[in-house]
Ligand binder design. Structure first.
Ligand SMILES: Cc1ncc(COP(=O)(O)O)c(C=O)c1O
Length: 412
């Protein structure tokens, strides 16, 4: 087994970001074309955990195992790299705009990122509570200190981290990345962005000054509620140094994605743009419609939905040239939040719906709704998080209207 990582993946870095003229949709389907030892159109599922060295003793090179038949698809041991995840990383690199590495889960990626950057302080706001759990764990080991996201710039020192989640879990509201990039620059801190709720084609945080963009690939990148995945992509201005160290760290953290997940991830990323565009459009339309229904005196929406939050309702969404329009030019995230009058009513709504599954997570082709108190005790118990899938938008509206109507009858 390798003591550190071979360089066979990094030499193709420039190739993997290219060709720049291709669209996101084409890159999602073709960025890994060159990485295959055979002619099959669909990727094979390789389950091997280990790979033969050359049978010629003269060709044995420590930490190198280049197969002359497949120089871009050569491996040693699957904790270092494997065929499926290597192809998946080639596609993620191309579509995220910086060298990408995959991990067992979003939180494993966040953990690996903090182990690498090893900040003394991290400025972070609300958002996904699991990231706060990782910070607490690291605080025990390293004394890492947590600061509010909007702390005074004087509280930050060079090497610290500003971590921005945008759009935010669970409300789907966006945050201004250019603002935090400038703050990080002034403080000498790193800007890291959890872009899970805004995958391509909705936003490109590396273009807005992020040093690292992170995704829970379990959500939109995976898109079918059947795989766990985490992704880190690095700003090209960091060169090869960061990616090489992180790849090497991952060998020892052991948080490498499995072959089946890598294969599922590739299957999924082919349709990323189609799915996300549709989900974003449908979510924005449903939010617009709910707001309209709230003004209809006889609608169950008016009787029960007290508040809605989503990036499309932020004032900047309707200001031409605003930071939000610049940051998310192709649409807003497909998740939003609604508030019902009380916790008991909120708890009952999912049971009245046919198309929305009552489940945690988001980003899959199936629409989900979650009474968020089920998985995050810090969230207002009147809040429901809604993740829009790829079903027909009118069917989803009808389901919500019917479910709210049934709930209203029970309350009368
Ligand atoms: C914004 C955000 N970041 C990170 C994660 C963690 O991802 P994973 O479950 O893949 O570890 C989640 C999970 O819900 C999330 O919503």
């Amino acid at each position: 087994m390798a003591g550190s990582t071979p360089s066979i993946q990094s030499k193709d870095a420039a190739d993997r970001l290219s060709p720049p003229h291709l669209s996101l949709a084409s890159r999602s389907v073709h960025a890994d074309d060159g990485i295959s030892a055979h002619r099959a159109v669909a990727p094979a599922l390789h389950v091997s955990s280990t790979f033969r060295y050359s049978s010629d003793p003269e060709e044995l090179v420590t930490l190198g195992n280049v197969d002359p038949l497949a120089p871009r698809d050569s491996h040693i041991y699957s904790r270092v790299s494997g065929p499926n995840t290597t192809r998946l990383e080639a596609v993620y690199t191309s579509i995220l705009g910086g060298e990408a590495l995959t991990y067992t889960s979003g939180l494993a990626a966040f953990h690996a990122m903090l182990v690498f950057l090893n900040p003394k302080r991290i400025a972070i706001g609300d958002g996904y509570h699991g990231c706060h759990g990782v910070i607490q764990l690291l605080s025990r080991l390293t004394g890492l200190k947590q600061l509010p996201l909007d702390c005074a710039i004087e509280e930050l020192q060079p090497g610290d981290v500003i971590h921005v989640e945008t759009p935010l879990n669970p409300t789907g509201e966006a945050r201004d990345l250019a603002f935090y990039a400038e703050k990080a620059r002034k403080a000498g801190a790193y800007l890291t962005v959890d872009a899970t709720f805004g995958p391509p084609p909705l936003q490109r945080p590396l273009d807005f000054g992020a040093d690292v963009v992170m995704h829970s690939g379990t959500k939109y990148l995976g898109g079918h509620s059947d795989l766990l995945c985490g992704v880190l992509a690095f700003n090209p201005k960091r060169g090869d140094e960061w990616i090489n160290q992180l790849r090497s760290d991952r060998v020892f953290l052991g948080s490498v994605m499995g072959s089946l997940e890598g294969w599922l991830g590739l299957r999924s990323v082919r349709t990323l743009e189609l799915r996300v565009k549709q989900q974003s459009e449908s979510a924005t339309e449903i939010v617009r419609w709910l707001e309209e229904q709230r003004k209809e005196p006889n609608s169950p929406v008016a009787a029960l939905v007290e508040r809605i939050q989503h990036a499309s309702l932020q004032p900047e969404a309707s200001q031409p040239g605003s930071w939000l329009q610049k940051q998310m030019p192709n649409g807003y995230g497909p998740v939003f939040a609604i508030w019902l009058p009380d916790s008991d009513t909120a708890k009952r709504l999912p049971s009245k719906l046919e198309l929305f599954a009552h489940a945690t997570s988001l980003g899959g082709v199936e629409s989900l709704i979650e009474w968020r108190a089920m998985s995050d005790s810090t969230v207002d118990p009147r809040l429901l998080r809604v993740s829009i899938g790829v079903e027909g938008v009118e069917d989803l509206k009808a389901d919500l209207l019917h479910g709210l109507g049934e709930l209203l009858k029970e309350r009368k």
